[in-house]
Write a protein that binds this ligand. Structure first.
Ligand code: FPP
Length: 255
Protein backbone atom coordinates (compact mmCIF):
# COMPACT_ATOMS: atom_id res chain seq x y z
CA UNK A 1 0.00 0.00 0.00
CA UNK A 2 2.85 2.32 0.95
CA UNK A 3 4.67 1.34 -2.24
CA UNK A 4 1.55 2.31 -4.20
CA UNK A 5 1.37 5.62 -2.37
CA UNK A 6 5.03 6.22 -3.10
CA UNK A 7 4.57 5.55 -6.85
CA UNK A 8 1.58 7.82 -6.97
CA UNK A 9 3.40 10.57 -5.11
CA UNK A 10 6.45 10.38 -7.36
CA UNK A 11 4.30 11.45 -10.32
CA UNK A 12 3.30 14.68 -8.53
CA UNK A 13 5.26 17.92 -8.33
CA UNK A 14 6.73 19.16 -5.05
CA UNK A 15 4.04 21.84 -4.76
CA UNK A 16 1.27 19.31 -5.49
CA UNK A 17 2.61 16.99 -2.79
CA UNK A 18 2.88 19.93 -0.38
CA UNK A 19 -0.76 20.75 -1.09
CA UNK A 20 -1.56 17.14 -0.23
CA UNK A 21 0.08 17.43 3.17
CA UNK A 22 -1.94 17.83 6.32
CA UNK A 23 -0.52 21.11 7.65
CA UNK A 24 -1.63 20.18 11.16
CA UNK A 25 0.49 17.01 11.11
CA UNK A 26 3.90 18.13 9.89
CA UNK A 27 6.61 16.22 11.81
CA UNK A 28 8.07 18.71 14.26
CA UNK A 29 11.51 17.11 14.34
CA UNK A 30 13.00 15.41 11.29
CA UNK A 31 16.38 13.68 11.56
CA UNK A 32 18.26 12.63 8.43
CA UNK A 33 21.10 10.18 7.87
CA UNK A 34 22.51 11.64 4.66
CA UNK A 35 24.06 8.59 2.99
CA UNK A 36 25.28 7.67 -0.47
CA UNK A 37 27.60 10.54 -1.41
CA UNK A 38 30.48 8.16 -2.16
CA UNK A 39 28.38 5.85 -4.32
CA UNK A 40 26.88 8.80 -6.18
CA UNK A 41 30.38 10.00 -7.06
CA UNK A 42 31.58 6.50 -7.96
CA UNK A 43 28.61 6.00 -10.31
CA UNK A 44 29.72 9.12 -12.13
CA UNK A 45 33.42 8.23 -12.17
CA UNK A 46 34.18 11.11 -9.80
CA UNK A 47 36.24 11.21 -6.58
CA UNK A 48 34.26 10.67 -3.36
CA UNK A 49 34.63 14.29 -2.34
CA UNK A 50 32.60 15.32 -5.39
CA UNK A 51 29.70 13.42 -3.80
CA UNK A 52 30.14 15.32 -0.55
CA UNK A 53 30.25 18.65 -2.40
CA UNK A 54 27.00 17.78 -4.16
CA UNK A 55 25.59 16.57 -0.83
CA UNK A 56 26.23 19.99 0.66
CA UNK A 57 24.05 21.60 -2.03
CA UNK A 58 21.24 19.24 -1.03
CA UNK A 59 21.59 20.30 2.61
CA UNK A 60 20.82 23.81 1.44
CA UNK A 61 17.66 22.75 -0.43
CA UNK A 62 16.40 20.57 2.40
CA UNK A 63 16.92 23.21 5.09
CA UNK A 64 14.88 25.78 3.21
CA UNK A 65 12.15 23.31 2.34
CA UNK A 66 11.88 22.08 5.93
CA UNK A 67 11.62 25.66 7.13
CA UNK A 68 9.02 26.41 4.48
CA UNK A 69 6.93 23.40 5.56
CA UNK A 70 6.97 24.47 9.21
CA UNK A 71 9.30 21.78 10.56
CA UNK A 72 10.65 22.92 13.96
CA UNK A 73 13.89 20.93 14.18
CA UNK A 74 16.00 19.43 11.42
CA UNK A 75 18.88 17.24 12.59
CA UNK A 76 21.46 16.30 9.97
CA UNK A 77 24.08 13.57 10.50
CA UNK A 78 27.04 15.31 8.90
CA UNK A 79 29.98 13.48 10.51
CA UNK A 80 30.01 10.52 12.88
CA UNK A 81 32.55 9.60 15.56
CA UNK A 82 33.40 6.66 13.26
CA UNK A 83 33.99 8.81 10.16
CA UNK A 84 37.56 9.63 11.32
CA UNK A 85 38.47 6.17 9.94
CA UNK A 86 38.12 7.52 6.38
CA UNK A 87 41.12 8.57 4.30
CA UNK A 88 42.75 11.76 5.63
CA UNK A 89 41.96 13.78 2.49
CA UNK A 90 38.27 12.86 2.70
CA UNK A 91 38.09 13.77 6.41
CA UNK A 92 39.80 17.09 5.70
CA UNK A 93 37.31 17.79 2.94
CA UNK A 94 34.33 16.89 5.13
CA UNK A 95 35.65 19.22 7.83
CA UNK A 96 35.68 22.10 5.34
CA UNK A 97 32.03 21.66 4.39
CA UNK A 98 30.33 23.20 7.46
CA UNK A 99 32.55 26.24 7.04
CA UNK A 100 31.87 26.53 3.34
CA UNK A 101 28.14 26.01 3.82
CA UNK A 102 27.86 28.52 6.65
CA UNK A 103 30.03 31.15 4.95
CA UNK A 104 27.69 31.05 1.96
CA UNK A 105 24.39 30.51 3.70
CA UNK A 106 24.56 32.35 7.01
CA UNK A 107 22.99 35.60 5.70
CA UNK A 108 20.10 33.60 4.21
CA UNK A 109 19.72 31.51 7.37
CA UNK A 110 19.55 34.76 9.37
CA UNK A 111 16.94 36.17 7.02
CA UNK A 112 14.88 33.00 7.35
CA UNK A 113 15.14 33.08 11.16
CA UNK A 114 16.98 29.71 11.30
CA UNK A 115 18.82 28.85 14.50
CA UNK A 116 21.99 26.79 14.02
CA UNK A 117 22.81 24.26 16.72
CA UNK A 118 25.37 21.51 17.13
CA UNK A 119 25.56 18.12 18.75
CA UNK A 120 28.74 16.07 18.97
CA UNK A 121 32.21 16.31 20.43
CA UNK A 122 33.08 19.77 19.25
CA UNK A 123 36.50 19.96 20.98
CA UNK A 124 38.00 17.39 18.58
CA UNK A 125 37.04 19.30 15.43
CA UNK A 126 39.74 21.25 13.59
CA UNK A 127 39.93 24.89 14.70
CA UNK A 128 38.63 26.29 11.41
CA UNK A 129 35.53 24.05 11.57
CA UNK A 130 34.91 24.85 15.22
CA UNK A 131 35.27 28.57 14.56
CA UNK A 132 32.80 28.56 11.65
CA UNK A 133 30.14 26.58 13.45
CA UNK A 134 30.47 28.46 16.73
CA UNK A 135 30.14 31.74 14.84
CA UNK A 136 26.92 30.52 13.22
CA UNK A 137 25.57 29.27 16.55
CA UNK A 138 26.34 32.63 18.18
CA UNK A 139 24.93 34.76 15.36
CA UNK A 140 21.70 32.79 15.12
CA UNK A 141 21.18 32.20 18.86
CA UNK A 142 18.20 34.55 19.11
CA UNK A 143 16.46 33.27 16.00
CA UNK A 144 13.15 31.59 16.65
CA UNK A 145 12.48 29.65 13.42
CA UNK A 146 13.71 26.23 12.34
CA UNK A 147 16.44 24.76 14.54
CA UNK A 148 19.12 23.38 12.25
CA UNK A 149 20.92 20.83 14.39
CA UNK A 150 24.17 19.58 12.85
CA UNK A 151 25.41 16.26 14.22
CA UNK A 152 29.16 16.75 13.85
CA UNK A 153 31.56 14.23 15.31
CA UNK A 154 28.46 12.68 16.83
CA UNK A 155 27.98 9.11 18.01
CA UNK A 156 25.01 7.93 20.03
CA UNK A 157 26.97 5.50 22.21
CA UNK A 158 29.48 8.22 23.05
CA UNK A 159 26.60 10.57 23.87
CA UNK A 160 25.04 8.00 26.23
CA UNK A 161 28.36 7.19 27.90
CA UNK A 162 29.03 10.89 28.33
CA UNK A 163 25.59 11.46 29.91
CA UNK A 164 26.05 8.48 32.23
CA UNK A 165 29.48 9.78 33.27
CA UNK A 166 28.00 13.23 34.08
CA UNK A 167 25.21 11.62 36.12
CA UNK A 168 27.65 9.32 37.96
CA UNK A 169 29.61 12.43 38.91
CA UNK A 170 26.44 14.04 40.34
CA UNK A 171 25.75 10.89 42.37
CA UNK A 172 29.37 10.84 43.53
CA UNK A 173 29.08 14.48 44.65
CA UNK A 174 25.82 13.76 46.43
CA UNK A 175 23.62 16.13 44.39
CA UNK A 176 21.61 13.16 43.05
CA UNK A 177 20.78 9.70 44.37
CA UNK A 178 20.50 6.61 42.18
CA UNK A 179 16.81 6.32 43.23
CA UNK A 180 16.09 9.82 41.92
CA UNK A 181 17.55 9.02 38.51
CA UNK A 182 14.88 8.87 35.77
CA UNK A 183 14.50 9.24 31.97
CA UNK A 184 14.07 12.98 32.21
CA UNK A 185 17.37 13.41 34.11
CA UNK A 186 19.19 11.23 31.58
CA UNK A 187 17.72 13.30 28.72
CA UNK A 188 18.79 16.56 30.35
CA UNK A 189 22.37 15.27 30.30
CA UNK A 190 22.29 14.30 26.63
CA UNK A 191 23.28 16.42 23.63
CA UNK A 192 19.64 16.86 22.63
CA UNK A 193 18.73 18.22 26.08
CA UNK A 194 16.28 20.92 24.98
CA UNK A 195 15.03 19.22 21.81
CA UNK A 196 12.01 16.99 21.38
CA UNK A 197 12.63 13.49 19.99
CA UNK A 198 12.57 13.07 16.19
CA UNK A 199 9.11 12.32 14.82
CA UNK A 200 10.53 11.16 11.51
CA UNK A 201 13.89 9.61 10.70
CA UNK A 202 15.00 9.52 7.07
CA UNK A 203 17.94 7.54 5.70
CA UNK A 204 18.96 7.70 2.08
CA UNK A 205 20.93 5.30 -0.15
CA UNK A 206 19.11 2.04 0.59
CA UNK A 207 20.94 1.21 3.84
CA UNK A 208 18.52 0.01 6.51
CA UNK A 209 20.42 0.72 9.72
CA UNK A 210 20.91 3.43 12.33
CA UNK A 211 24.72 3.62 12.36
CA UNK A 212 25.01 4.89 15.93
CA UNK A 213 22.57 7.77 15.33
CA UNK A 214 20.24 9.02 18.10
CA UNK A 215 19.60 5.50 19.42
CA UNK A 216 17.78 6.74 22.53
CA UNK A 217 15.86 9.54 20.82
CA UNK A 218 14.37 7.51 17.93
CA UNK A 219 12.65 5.00 20.23
CA UNK A 220 9.22 6.07 18.88
CA UNK A 221 10.19 7.81 15.63
CA UNK A 222 8.73 6.80 12.30
CA UNK A 223 11.41 5.59 9.86
CA UNK A 224 11.49 6.30 6.14
CA UNK A 225 14.17 4.66 4.03
CA UNK A 226 14.79 5.44 0.40
CA UNK A 227 17.17 4.07 -2.23
CA UNK A 228 17.80 7.63 -3.46
CA UNK A 229 21.44 8.62 -2.92
CA UNK A 230 21.83 11.79 -0.84
CA UNK A 231 23.12 13.99 -3.70
CA UNK A 232 19.96 13.08 -5.67
CA UNK A 233 17.64 13.78 -2.73
CA UNK A 234 15.46 16.87 -3.17
CA UNK A 235 12.50 18.80 -1.82
CA UNK A 236 10.10 16.42 -3.48
CA UNK A 237 11.56 13.42 -1.61
CA UNK A 238 11.26 15.33 1.66
CA UNK A 239 7.59 16.10 1.08
CA UNK A 240 7.03 12.50 0.00
CA UNK A 241 8.59 11.25 3.26
CA UNK A 242 6.27 13.54 5.20
CA UNK A 243 3.25 12.35 3.22
CA UNK A 244 4.12 8.74 4.11
CA UNK A 245 4.67 9.77 7.76
CA UNK A 246 1.18 11.27 7.82
CA UNK A 247 -0.33 7.91 6.86
CA UNK A 248 1.29 6.19 9.83
CA UNK A 249 -0.60 5.60 13.08
CA UNK A 250 1.66 6.46 16.00
CA UNK A 251 0.66 4.48 19.05
CA UNK A 252 3.69 4.78 21.34
CA UNK A 253 3.07 1.27 22.61
CA UNK A 254 -0.65 1.89 23.15
CA UNK A 255 -3.53 0.65 20.98
C1 FPP B 1 27.69 9.48 4.00
O1 FPP B 1 27.86 9.11 2.66
C2 FPP B 1 27.87 10.90 4.12
C3 FPP B 1 28.76 11.50 4.96
C4 FPP B 1 29.63 10.75 5.89
C5 FPP B 1 28.91 12.96 4.97
C6 FPP B 1 27.65 13.70 4.83
C7 FPP B 1 27.95 15.10 4.55
C8 FPP B 1 27.23 15.86 3.71
C9 FPP B 1 26.02 15.40 3.04
C10 FPP B 1 27.58 17.27 3.49
C11 FPP B 1 27.51 17.98 4.80
C12 FPP B 1 27.27 19.38 4.63
C13 FPP B 1 27.31 20.26 5.63
C14 FPP B 1 26.83 21.60 5.36
C15 FPP B 1 27.82 19.93 6.96
P1 FPP B 1 29.04 8.15 2.29
O2 FPP B 1 30.23 8.96 1.98
O3 FPP B 1 29.22 7.14 3.38
O4 FPP B 1 28.47 7.46 1.01
P2 FPP B 1 28.71 5.96 0.55
O5 FPP B 1 28.07 5.09 1.58
O6 FPP B 1 28.02 5.90 -0.76
O7 FPP B 1 30.20 5.75 0.44
Amino acid sequence: MLEKLSKWKSSLSSQEIKDELDQANIPKHIAIIMDGNGRWAKNKGLPRIAGHREGMKVVNKVVHKANDLGVEVLTLYAFSTENWKRPKTEVEYLMKLPERFLNNELPKLMKENVKVRLMGSIEELPDHTKKAVMKAVKETENNTGLILNFALNYGSRFELMDAIRKIAKQVELGSLTSEELNESILEKNMMTAELRDPDLLIRTSGEIRLSNFMLWQVAYSEFWFTDVLWPDFNEKHLTEAIAVYQKRARRYGGV
